[in-house]
Design a protein around this ligand. Structure first.
Ligand SMILES: [Zn+2]
Length: 480
């Protein structure tokens, strides 16, 4: 959709998925569990490419790449090989990166592919140019902002980790769409089990962004999904202002500065010639035969789209609910585990999508990062069902439950219970009627049903949300 001023933004993404579920790095037997380790302690002569060493391809990494290629409906190639991409940057101590190339005879492991996703209410499909394999460079760190830090630190622990890079066609039309696309891609990767995306740097992005008819800018170093939308928004505004002011967009590479929340110019864009791609002489071509493909198809787990359809059928909940739940594998797992012990699937999805998600969003955490258990959620829903607490009381328990408390204990501890004492509620209702003569008059006119609910709300307020709403309604109706 074009903006009001007719300027159409075009976005393409290069998503790096770090295969941290592999036991070892891509070329050597160094452990892939480098997160949290002392800098520059998880490395060996091979991943540093010291003279005399040779890389040996991790077979399991190829299997993971095939899985992702098939999941994205791409064309997994019968033969693929590696290219050497030459560049100097301190995060790559050997001055080249072993990657794959799709020109000059190069064949990445997977060509094409597509991903269907929801962006708001719209169903969208974005196509891939390729999925290729490459090694992860080391990590650069700064004292604060990249532009003002007096020093740069380098940690080579990440050097040589296996990466899959999924490159889209420039088909995304807004930062919001980019976020929705990444969410779906993330859910697929989680279901495939090839990467733990909760780990720092496990899914990173470079983005190409331009306005139609103007030069393209590449934004590098977007370290997490949450940052992508912000970086794109900023870059869009910057380019738009420049174009509107009569300026010209320079084709360049910019860096997303997470601290200052701006993109900064790194260098005018290298052309491919600068990288001097040539076939990697230290690695033989990889043949992918029918046996490997069959094995991958057999190992293919249930993917989000299929899971959505199954959940709709199995639990009779709306497709919208199922697709929201399946945005995250952990959330979908949580849902199914809860439904197993509390047999009201719609009630469970309402609570997960409503109050639980709201709290997770406020705290900026994922459900698997909390101490909430299916058992606790089921217990809370049972307490509502048997009339011990009202839905309103339950809403107040969610926060404690996310920290690991059981709802029954919270009810005891805070002495919060549903009030169904008709005499008490009758007294409170009479008070409310006396206090709100204007509203009562309007209710009696019967024009606006909301005025009645206002009175119900006032009784709820007097009981701190513990009054039984149905009983309160009955009593008020009778009194009026
Ligand atoms: Zn190593």
């Amino acid at each position: 959709m074009a903006a009001d001023d007719g300027m159409q933004v075009i976005i393409g993404l290069e998503v790096h998925i770090q295969l941290n579920k592999l036991r070892t790095k891509l070329w050597c037997s160094c452990t892939s569990a480098y997160h949290g380790k002392e800098p520059n302690t998880v490395l060996c002569p091979v991943c540093l490419a010291l003279p005399g060493t040779l890389p040996v391809l991790n077979k399991r990494a190829v299997e993971f790449a095939i899985l992702l290629g098939l999941a994205l409906k791409g064309d997994v190639q019968k033969e693929t090989f590696f290219y050497r991409k030459n560049y100097y940057y301190p995060d790559m101590c050997k001055n080249f990166q072993i990657s794959q190339y799709d020109k000059a005879g190069g064949v990445p492991i997977c060509v094409g592919g597509e991903l269907a996703f929801r962006a708001g209410k719209e169903a969208r499909t974005v196509h891939f140019m390729r999925v290729h394999m490459e090694e992860d460079p080391g990590r650069l760190a700064y004292d604060g902002s990249i532009t003002t830090s007096p020093v740069a630190y380098v940690d080579y622990n990440r050097h040589g980790m296996a990466l899959l890079e999924a490159v889209t066609e420039p088909e995304l039309r807004s930062p919001e769409e980019a976020r929705a696309f990444l969410k779906k891609l993330r859910a697929i990767v989680e279901h495939l089990g090839i990467a733990d995306l909760g780990l720092e740097g496990s899914m990173r992005c470079d983005a190409n962004i331009s306005y139609k008819g103007h030069a393209r800018v590449e934004v590098k170093n977007i370290s997490s999904m949450k940052e992508v939308e912000k970086a794109l928004m900023f870059e869009m505004m910057r380019q738009k202002q420049k174009i509107k002011g009569g300026g010209e967009i320079v084709q360049e590479t910019r860096h997303w500065d997470e601290v200052r929340r701006v993109t900064v110019s790194l260098r005018t864009k290298e052309t491919e010639k600068d990288y001097r791609y040539f076939p990697e002489p230290d690695l033989v071509p990889v043949a992918i035969d029918k046996k490997m493909l069959d094995a991958a198809r057999k190992a293919m787990p249930e993917l989000p789209d299929a899971r959505i359809q199954r959940i709709v059928k199995q639990y009779q909940i709306p497709e919208y609910d199922a697709s929201v739940l399946c945005d995250s594998k952990a959330m979908a797992d949580f849902y199914e585990a809860t439904v197993k012990i509390f047999d009201d699937p719609k009630d469970v999805s309402n609570w997960l999508m409503g109050d639980v998600s709201r709290r997770l969003n406020e705290d900026l955490v994922e459900i698997e990062e909390t101490k909430l258990t299916p058992k606790a959620l089921a217990q809370m829903l049972r307490l509502i069902k048997d009339g011990t607490i009202t839905g309103k009381i339950a809403k107040g328990l969610v926060k404690g439950m996310l920290s690991g408390a059981m709802p029954a204990d919270l009810v005891k501890e805070h002495a919060v219970k549903r009030i169904d004492d008709a005499a008490l509620l009758g007294n409170l209702a009479r008070e409310v009627i006396v206090e709100n003569p204007k509203v009562v008059a309007e209710v009696k006119e019967g024009k606006n049903p909301r005025t009645f609910e206002f009175l119900v709300g006032q009784v709820m307020k007097k009981t701190k949300g513990q009054a039984d709403p149905e009983l309160t309604r009955e009593i008020l109706k009778e009194l009026l």
